[in-house]
Design a protein around this ligand. Structure first.
Ligand SMILES: NC(=O)C1=CN([C@@H]2O[C@H](COP(=O)(O)OP(=O)(O)OC[C@H]3O[C@@H](n4cnc5c(N)ncnc54)[C@H](O)[C@@H]3O)[C@@H](O)[C@H]2O)C=CC1
Ligand SMILES: CC(=O)C(C)=O
Length: 292
């Protein structure tokens, strides 16, 4: 089966399927997302580096954790409460020779972000890469139905949490180290039913650009990845069955992406391959042009 056919097959099978909790559970998804490209061979690009990946138990974060493991990194996965997903990711990462620890925490709480970084230093003695990826979304058709609690939850998770994690991590980062922030195509295109979520992604892009300038002198690079529609637990956990089915269909490539298709961008931004890049965002979105 060609790569193209493999992805098409997964799309065809996604019908009438949702989950009733957020964060969603990858283990409960049917079909499962593709989190690993078995043809991807590591070449030591992250040898002996230590990475924290928030939201690393599932979805895009899981794919990043596995690719980092293949590239020689040791990993700490921060996640909310999906313990079985986290254990599975740890197991796969360790099968590639990585040391991988999992850590349940709430990214909205500054002290818990600090404890996650301390846990990493206590276990591995250093930190080289922070991937800020944990996030939530609450699709809402009517603007006036967006509650204050929802706005606070979305901003506190998606942008406060990124800033708290970066503040906790920066004292441990040195020349050559990197921060990678997951933003979204919605930061650039907007989304009529994800208004406050899109606004948090706009904030993440601005945060990425601003922090990159602040840390450039220290040789710490800060970049972002803006995924388009990707098949992860976030999607069935938050969209209706009809939306899950159509997710990604309107991209130029006509399909949703798989987490495995995102991972190489995160490897590049963490490694010396992007040594002359900072403040940039890579757009992995099925062909939607971004000009800003
Ligand atoms: N799936 C998609 O189509 C797209 C996703 N994204 C971004 O990707 C990230 C979501 O990841 P996915 O891989 O899609 O789904 P996912 O459901 O696998 O990941 C969400 C992660 O966020 C973590 N999380 C949520 N609330 C948390 C909290 N309070 N404390 C700690 N961790 C928390 C969960 O534990 C989970 O690991 C978000 O930042 C989202 O904005 C961006 C564009 C498209
Ligand atoms: C969730 C999200 O950001 C998209 C593009 O679907």
């Amino acid at each position: 089966m060609t790569e193209k056919n493999k992805y098409e097959r997964v799309d065809e099978a996604v019908e009438g399927y949702t989950q009733d909790r957020q964060p969603g559970i990858e283990e409960d998804m049917d079909p499962k997302p593709i989190f690993e490209d078995e043809n991807y061979r590591g070449s030591g690009k992250l040898q002996d580096k230590v990475a924290i990946i928030t939201g690393g138990d599932s979805g895009i974060g899981r794919a990043v954790a596995i690719a980092y493991a293949k590239e020689g990194a040791n990993i700490v996965i921060g996640y909310l409460d999906e313990h079985d997903d986290a254990k599975k990711t740890k197991e796969i990462a360790e099968s590639y020779g990585a040391k991988c620890e999992i850590y349940a925490f709430d990214v909205k709480q500054k002290e818990e972000c600090e404890k996650l970084v301390k846990f990493t230093i206590d276990n591995f003695g250093k930190l080289n890469v922070l991937v800020n990826h944990a996030g939530v979304q609450y699709p809402t058709d009517e603007f006036l139905d967006i509650t204050e609690a929802q706005i606070r939850e979305t901003f506190e998770t998606n942008i406060y949490g990124f800033i708290f994690m970066a503040q906790a991590a920066v004292p441990h980062l040195n020349k050559g180290d990197a921060i990678i922030n997951t933003t979204s195509v919605t930061a650039y295109r907007g989304s009529p039913e994800l208004i406050e979520y899109s606004a948090t992604n706009g904030a993440i892009t601005s945060f990425t650009r601003s922090l990159s300038g602040n840390l450039a002198e220290k040789g710490i690079r800060v970049n972002g990845v803006a995924p388009g529609p990707i098949y992860t637990p976030l999607i069935p956990a938050t969209f209706s069955a009809e939306k899950v089915e159509k997710h990604g269909g309107s991209t130029p490539m006509g399909r949703r992406g798989q987490p495995s298709e995102l991972a190489p961008s995160y490897v590049m931004l963490a490694s010396n391959d992007s040594s002359y890049m900072t403040g940039q965002v890579l757009h992995v979105n099925g062909g939607d042009f971004i000009t800003t």
